[in-house]
Ligand binder design. Structure first.
Ligand code: HAM
Length: 451
């Protein structure tokens, strides 16, 4: 047996280790990072199960991709001037000298994977979904974390507006079935051609007398580099200015306009309520045509409120990343934000890991036998629990009570000798001795009778 030197005098009352009389430094989680503790996990389970179930119903296949990718992947897709790339990426040079980033969003990695694994050879569309963590070095605040999780869906190889509408429908169903009321903001940002003319109008608008000076410093730079980004700025003066800005829907070419009208028609037919937001552009460079964003219903200030999810079409991205021309669209929902909505609304959660039976033991020999019996009953399919490290019967029955089981089985020295076991009805406290050979039958009888 190896000797472990946990001298008692080195351990403080609160369990912390002392180092030559000095208190050892405790670690805290990094800023903007969260622990999801067991108490909260029931909400996560509800949200994650809803996501996986919906994805399955609409024929999306689950995929996992690495959290680390080359930094260039994001620079070339999310956009060199996007906030995600310029301000928020957790990036570093690794030991081999490669520029690496923790994924700030899922779409670029999904596109890389689609191209790298030749998924264009599969029957199209290819519908993929991901549930996993993303990392953004943002200023932490309520609902904004440096590690968050997304339910991300992507459809590759489909240009039909029915695909855009289906994504919005899934997002809408996701929240509605979690009893979270949402509003959907939608817009079309057209194709490169419509955008060229629109961006010219936008620059002209912002260059009108007095407007440029009111813009935030970032937006002054954006005006030269990427004027569409001005519409996505969260600074109050920029939000105010944009109210008067020209609307891109007026510059859409016939193809983009028809596509947008079709998406809206499908949504009308499906009874999915939406609001047209003529200045919605989303903060990533790859989008074209449909863009949408989901907010909690009745939230006051659109400019500042927290978005629950968003997405859109990105028909040029696969080709831009070295693949074949492939129309595509997708969306991402923030899991933490969905969980927080569920918690806020006190939506009742069904406990589906409830046990029926508790197996208690008394004495060393009984503990050994009970451990074996536990495995037999578990394999037989019973929802059974234990506390084998406890010696006292009283504390075991207290645990059984807290777990809300219907019956406790009690095995002691006498029962081992007699080849029997006690069955205790936890509600009435009545105990019966049963023959070990008949145990399974006796349990089934009681469970089925609801006795
Ligand atoms: P996004 O709008 O950047 O889009 O993020 C999607 C959702 O993730 C947001 O609406 C929000 O609910 C959640 N989220 C984002 N950042 C944070 C954060 N710091 N803390 C907590 N939740 C956050 C994308 O990521 C796109 N890739 C979506 C997409 C997929 N577009 C096409 N396909």
């Amino acid at each position: 047996m190896p000797k472990i030197n946990f001298k008692k005098k080195n351990i403080k009352k609160d369990g912390q280790m002392k180092d030559n009389g000095k208190r050892k430094r405790r670690f805290a989680r990094l800023r903007g990072m969260r622990d999801v503790l067991p108490d909260e996990y029931k909400y996560w389970n509800l949200v994650l199960c809803k996501a996986a179930k919906l994805a399955e119903t609409y024929s999306f296949n689950r995929i996992d991709i690495p959290v680390l990718e080359q930094m260039d992947l994001y620079e070339r897709s999310s956009g060199k001037t996007s906030d995600i790339v310029t301000k928020e990426m957790f990036s570093f040079v690794d030991k081999s000298g490669d520029r690496i980033a923790l994924r700030p969003e899922a779409t670029p990695g999904m596109v890389r994977s689609y191209i790298e694994h030749g998924m264009f050879n599969l029957p199209q569309p290819v519908k993929l979904f991901l549930l996993g963590p993303l990392f953004r070095h943002e200023k932490p605040q309520s609902g904004r974390y440096r590690q968050h999780n997304q339910f991300d869906l992507e459809i590759f190889g489909e240009s039909n507006p029915a695909a855009d509408a289906q994504l919005i429908l899934i997002a809408y169903n996701f929240f509605r079935e979690l009893q979270i009321e949402v509003q959907i903001q939608i817009n079309s940002i057209g194709c490169e051609e419509c955008r060229e003319e629109y961006c010219r109008q936008l620059v002209e608008f912002y260059k009108e007398r007095g407007k440029r000076a009111k813009l935030c410093n970032d937006c002054k730079k954006r005006l030269a580099k990427n004027p569409l980004r001005l519409l996505d700025c969260k600074e109050a003066p920029c939000i105010e200015l944009k109210e008067e800005a020209p609307q891109i829907v007026d510059s859409l070419c016939d193809n983009c306009r028809n596509h947008f009208i079709k998406v809206l028609e499908y949504l009308d037919e499906l009874d999915v309520a939406y609001n047209l937001d003529p200045h919605l552009v989303r903060g990533l460079d790859y989008y074209n045509k449909t863009v949408f964003e989901i907010f909690p219903l009745n939230s006051e200030d659109q400019g500042r409120q927290i978005s629950l999810g968003g997405g859109g079409r990105y028909d040029g991205l696969v080709e831009q990343m070295g693949g074949r021309p492939t129309p595509a669209c997708g969306f991402g929902i923030g899991i933490e934000r969905a969980v927080s909505q569920v918690k806020e609304k006190n939506i009742p959660i069904k406990e589906n890991n409830k046990a029926d039976i508790f197996l208690a033991q008394l004495g060393e020999q009984a503990r050994q036998k009970a451990m074996v019996l536990f495995e037999e009953l578990r394999r037989a399919g019973f929802q059974i629990r234990e506390a084998f490290t406890k010696d006292s019967l009283r504390s075991q029955l207290e645990i059984a009570n807290r777990m809300g089981v219907k019956f406790s089985l009690i095995l002691g020295q006498k029962e081992i000798m007699d080849k029997t076991i006690l069955i205790r009805d936890m509600e009435s406290g009545i105990q019966e001795v049963v023959d070990c050979k008949k145990l399974i039958l006796e349990i089934e009888k009681r469970l089925n009778n609801g006795k």
